[in-house]
Design a protein around this ligand. Structure first.
Ligand SMILES: NC(=O)c1ccc[n+]([C@@H]2O[C@H](COP(=O)([O-])OP(=O)(O)OC[C@H]3O[C@@H](n4cnc5c(N)ncnc54)[C@H](OP(=O)(O)O)[C@@H]3O)[C@@H](O)[C@H]2O)c1
Length: 330
C-alpha cells in the first residue's frame, strides 16, 4: 500500500514544522505548503528535505485557488491547517471547500483551548475562541464528523517570547501585567507531534507506543484538548529565563486593569477587542480565582493527551527554554 500523502500548510510555523517532520517519521509522504517557498522549515535542512523526500509547493490559506492547485498537483489527501485572520472574511470556509474539492479527505486544524462547549454558542465578544470555533463549524459542515480533528491547545511556551525584546534591550527590567498569573506553557513541538501523528494515521487514534491503551482507541470525537505539564506563573517563567541567559531580571508588575490594558495594546500589540478580556483573565488567574485550566474536569486527560496522541512525554518549560534560550539573548 502506498504511504498516505499529507500536505502541511504553514510548514514554517512552530506547530506546522513539527507536524510535517512527525508525519514523515511515521511513514507519510509529506508536502510542505508555504506562502514563500524559499523559506526555511524549522528542524529540516535542505539535506533532510531531500533524504525525507519532502516536496515543496506554494499555498496561501487566504487564497483558495492556491490550495486547490497545491493539492491537485501533489495528490495529497490529508491536510494540516492554521487559523488565518488576514485576508480571510469567511473563517476559512472557501479554503476548506477548495481543499475538499481538490481531494483532501482528512484535516487537522490548529484550534484553541478557548473553544469550549457548544461551538455555535460562542459569541464574537470572545474574539479568539469565536474565530477558531467558526473554522470548526465550517469543518463540520464542509468535511463532516470523523474526517477532521481540531486540536485545542492551551497557552504556548513560545508566548514567553513576548518578553524577548525587553530582555534583549538590556536593563533587566521586564514589565508584566499580573505576573503571578499561572499558565500551562504547552510546547509547540509537542502539539505538532500530535498533529503529525494524527495526519499519518488519518483519524483520532492514539499512537501504538502510547501508554495504557495499546493504540486501539478511536474516540469518534472531532477535537482534542492539549495542555502543558506544569502550571507556572509568569514571574517564575521570567526567573527561569533570567537563570538560563545569566541575567538578573526584575519584574515591573502592572496590577491595575486600565494600565494593563493600555500596556498590552501599546507594547504587546494585542488588539483592542481582546485586551480587556485578557486583562480580566490575567487578574483572575493572579488572584487564584480563575483556576479554569486546573478545575476543568478533564484537566488530567488534557495533559495526558500530549503523550497519548503524540507518543512522547510532554516537554517541560525549562526543557523548551534550554533549546530556545538564544532567542532571549542580544
Ligand atoms: N499562542 C497561544 O497560546 C495559542 C493557544 C492556542 C492556540 N493557538 C493557535 O496557534 C497558532 C500559532 O501557532 P504557531 O506558534 O505554530 O505559529 P507560528 O510559528 O507563528 O506559525 C504560523 C504559521 O502560519 C503560517 N501562515 C500565516 N498566514 C498564512 C496563510 N495565509 N497561509 C498559509 N500559511 C500561513 C505562517 O507562514 P509564513 O512563514 O508564510 O508566515 C507560519 O508557518 C495561533 O495563531 C493560534 O491559532 C495559539
Amino acid at each position: 500500500m502506498s504511504p498516505p500523502k499529507v500536505i502541511v500548510f504553514g510548514a514554517t510555523g512552530g506547530v506546522g514544522s513539527a507536524a510535517a517532520r512527525t508525519a514523515q517519521a511515521h511513514g507519510a509522504s509529506v508536502v510542505l505548503a508555504l506562502r514563500d517557498t524559499t523559506k526555511k522549515v524549522p528542524g529540516l535542512s535542505a539535506e533532510d528535505e531531500k533524504t525525507g523526500a519532502f516536496q515543496r509547493v506554494q499555498g496561501d490559506l487566504s487564497k483558495p485557488g492556491t490550495l486547490h492547485d497545491a493539492v491537485a498537483a501533489t495528490g495529497a489527501t490529508r491536510a494540516f491547517i492554521y487559523m488565518v485572520h488576514d485576508g480571510v472574511d469567511d473563517h476559512l470556509r472557501a479554503a476548506l471547500t477548495a481543499l475538499k474539492a481538490a481531494g483532501v479527505e482528512f484535516v487537522v486544524f490548529l484550534s484553541s483551548y478557548g473553544v469550549q462547549g457548544d461551538i455555535r454558542a460562542i459569541t464574537p465578544a470572545t474574539f479568539i475562541p469565536y474565530a477558531h470555533a467558526q473554522v470548526e463549524i465550517a469543518l463540520e459542515e464542509v468535511f463532516g464528523p470523523g474526517t477532521y480533528v481540531a486540536l485545542r491547545p492551551a497557552y504556548f511556551a513560545s508566548n514567553s517570547l513576548q518578553w524577548g525584546g525587553q530582555i534583549r534591550a538590556g536593563t533587566g527590567e521586564v514589565t508584566v501585567p499580573y505576573p503571578s498569573a499561572e499558565f500551562d506553557w504547552v510546547v509547540p513541538e509537542d502539539i505538532g507531534r500530535v498533529a503529525g501523528s494524527l495526519l499519518a494515521r488519518g483519524a483520532l487514534k492514539t499512537t501504538a507506543a502510547s501508554p495504557g491503551d495499546g493504540g486501539a482507541e478511536d474516540s469518534g470525537r472531532s477535537y482534542l484538548y492539549l495542555m502543558g505539564p506544569e502550571m507556572i506563573s509568569q514571574a517564575d517563567v521570567l526567573q527561569y529565563i533570567g537563570d538560563a541567559v545569566g541575567r538578573d531580571i526584575h519584574v515591573e508588575a502592572i496590577v491595575d486593569d486600565d494600565e494593563a490594558t493600555e500596556f498590552l495594546i501599546a507594547a504587546v500589540h494585542v488588539p483592542d477587542a481582546g485586551a480587556r478580556g485578557l486583562v480580566s483573565m490575567l487578574r483572575n488567574r493572579a488572584a487564584g480565582t480563575d483556576k479554569e485550566f486546573e478545575r476543568h474536569p478533564d484537566y488530567k486527560e488534557m495533559v495526558d493527551n500530549v503523550a497519548k496522541y503524540g507518543g512522547k512525554q510532554p516537554t517541560l518549560f525549562r526543557e523548551w527554554l534550554q533549546e530556545n534560550k538564544d532567542l532571549f539573548r542580544a
